[in-house]
Design a protein around this ligand. Structure first.
Ligand SMILES: NC(=O)c1ccc[n+]([C@@H]2O[C@H](COP(=O)([O-])OP(=O)(O)OC[C@H]3O[C@@H](n4cnc5c(N)ncnc54)[C@H](OP(=O)(O)O)[C@@H]3O)[C@@H](O)[C@H]2O)c1
Length: 220
């Protein structure tokens, strides 16, 4: 069966990704920052291998990637933080860039030679990273991190054109998770079902696209 490698799998969207792919019989390599807080993940039925990884630690990312022996069909870089929302706090900004931009990019670079033929390499980004769509302002730390993620991954997609894989930056919608809050309109089951359809349908020609969970293109 195919293999998914996903970061931040203990709660929120990452947990739902793990649940849905495992239910379809995939092997899931599920990384979590703190394995002691992964009870929900451990209760998910199926082939799930829980691995410790704090994505803020670049050396740990590289060391972890070196342990991944099998081909990875889908790599989903999901772990993310919001950072301080209404304050431009430099420490929060730097940390948010480490987690939201540097970590997924370093992980993807470290694993690209392990991606199976026809594989998908996905960053969970946000519409809040769209400069064209920003009409309400605010959220400087989070917005800039996701815009930077998109810029970095657009380059990965171009740099990897010769490889048999597709890269995408995907927006999950505004989803009911700890980050999205209870007032978010979209349940995580619906978001992830949509994202899985988009990922399954991604072609090499579409590599480098910025899409939402319904497959709509988002302006940069
Ligand atoms: N929910 C939304 O409405 C929404 C909208 C657009 C984009 N997104 C994006 O979707 C992704 C998942 O968000 P979510 O809503 O599921 O958020 P969430 O409920 O807050 O979960 C975030 C996940 O990221 C992990 N994480 C954070 N920092 C980490 C680190 N240093 N090392 C390893 N794991 C770390 C968390 O692990 P811990 O439990 O250890 O903290 C948790 O598993 C994020 O990239 C987010 O930006 C979400």
């Amino acid at each position: 069966m195919p293999t998914l490698l996903i970061t931040g799998a203990n709660r929120g969207l990452g947990l739902e990704f793990a649940r849905q792919y495992a239910a379809d019989g995939w092997t899931v390599i599920a990384t979590v920052r703190n394995p002691d807080r992964a009870d929900d993940l451990r209760r998910v039925p199926g082939e799930i291998r829980v691995e410790q990884l704090d994505v803020a630690d670049v050396d740990a990312i590289r060391a972890f990637a070196a342990t991944v022996g099998e081909p990875v069909d889908h790599l989903i870089c999901n772990a993310g933080v919001m950072g301080k929302y209404s304050e431009v706090d430099p420490d929060s900004w730097v940390y948010t860039l480490r987690v939201n931009v540097i970590a997924p990019t370093v992980l993807a670079l470290a694993l690209v030679d392990r991606i199976a033929p026809g594989g998908k390499v996905v960053a969970i980004t946000s519409k809040m990273g769209s400069i064209a769509d920003n009409e309400s302002g605010g959220g400087i730390i989070y917005r800039s991190s996701k815009a930077a993620l998109n810029a970095a991954w657009r380059s990965l997609a171009i740099d990897w054109r010769g490889r048999d894989l597709a890269v995408a930056m995907l927006h999950p919608g505004w989803v009911q998770t700890d980050m999205g809050g209870a007032q978010a309109p979209t349940p995580s089951e619906e978001s992830i079902a949509g994202l899985r359809r988009v990922i399954a349908g991604l072609t090499r020609e579409q590599s480098g696209s910025f899409l939402d969970y319904q497959g709509n293109e988002i302006p940069w």
